[in-house]
Design a protein around this ligand. Structure first.
Ligand SMILES: Nc1ncnc2c1ncn2[C@@H]1O[C@H](COP(=O)(O)OP(=O)(O)OP(=O)(O)O)[C@@H](O)[C@H]1O
Length: 250
């Protein structure tokens, strides 16, 4: 990292996607007959030129309407995607709860996945041994821990994934709408845990459409609109601006 106090640094980040449209056979033949003029695919920038820094210990809500680029940005921060231009730097220990169960191997039991995911998130086998009971207890998975995870419900995936991630003691915690699939008691428990992490000085970067929730967890908001940062400041102001823009869309 360029600065010792930065948890995340995004500079001029651009992410480009190609959308391949399904065309009829007739359209494809016409395209060939015309000498392949024009394009059967359409490309667009999900993120244009995104620049921001997050200092150690900051709690940031990434806000925006559907399709504004939030999940794409989180995937760049977690390293799942690479930017087409610009640079993304983060602290070493980043735990991302981005796609529920994304790091899970479906044919393995919950127990094996604890070891697999713990290792992916940088824990040694001994560390996982020490944490194992606590991970299982927090996850509320109970005896299903020895069942293959392909038989888990989406809520069970979330519970185990969340529990593993918080036990890895990450420096930066990325959270994408994860609470949506958990039941209410577990949501309350997760929120309490997230607040505990924030108070312990961890850096949080949270995507959620639950504006009251993010206002209660985060101090700063970054508003994305069509792949651009349009506002960055105290969360209350950014939430108010998003509400204003949402009302204008209706
Ligand atoms: N792998 C991909 N291939 C093509 N387009 C993609 C891909 N991933 C995302 N996109 C597009 O990029 C844009 C931004 O998507 P993204 O999921 O980042 O938005 P979002 O702000 O997280 O939306 P939501 O609030 O609905 O979750 C959308 O138009 C989406 O269709």
């Amino acid at each position: 990292m360029a600065s010792p106090h930065l948890a995340i640094s995004c500079r001029g980040v651009r992410k480009h996607f190609v959308l391949r449209h399904t065309r009829s056979l007739k359209e494809a033949v016409m395209w060939l007959l015309r000498g392949r003029k024009g394009d059967l695919s359409k490309s667009f920038d999900a993120l244009h030129d995104v620049t921001f820094d997050v200092r150690d210990g900051e709690t940031v809500a990434l806000l925006g309407l559907n399709g504004s680029g939030k999940s794409t940005l989180l995937k760049l921060l977690s390293g799942v995607l690479q930017p087409d231009a610009g640079t993304v730097l983060t602290r070493k220990r980043v735990a991302g709860l981005i796609e529920v169960g994304a790091g899970f191997h479906h044919d393995l039991s919950g127990r094996d996945n604890v070891y697999l995911n713990g290792a992916i998130l940088g824990m040694s086998e001994r560390e996982i041994d020490q944490m194992y009971d606590s991970i299982v207890e927090f996850s509320e998975i109970g005896e299903f821990i020895n069942t293959e995870v392909k038989f888990y419900s989406s809520g069970m995936y979330l519970k185990l994934a969340f529990s593993i991630a918080v036990h890895t003691d990450p420096e930066v915690f990325l959270i994408d709408e994860i609470l949506a699939v958990g039941d209410e008691p577990f949501q309350r428990k997760c929120i309490a845990k997230i607040k505990e992490l924030a108070e312990a000085g961890k850096t949080l970067f949270v995507v959620s459409h639950d504006l009251d929730l993010v206002s209660s967890i985060c101090e700063r908001g970054i508003l994305l609109e069509r792949g651009n940062v349009v506002m960055d400041g105290p969360v209350e102001g950014v939430v108010a601006e998003l509400r204003r823009r949402s009302a204008a869309v209706e």
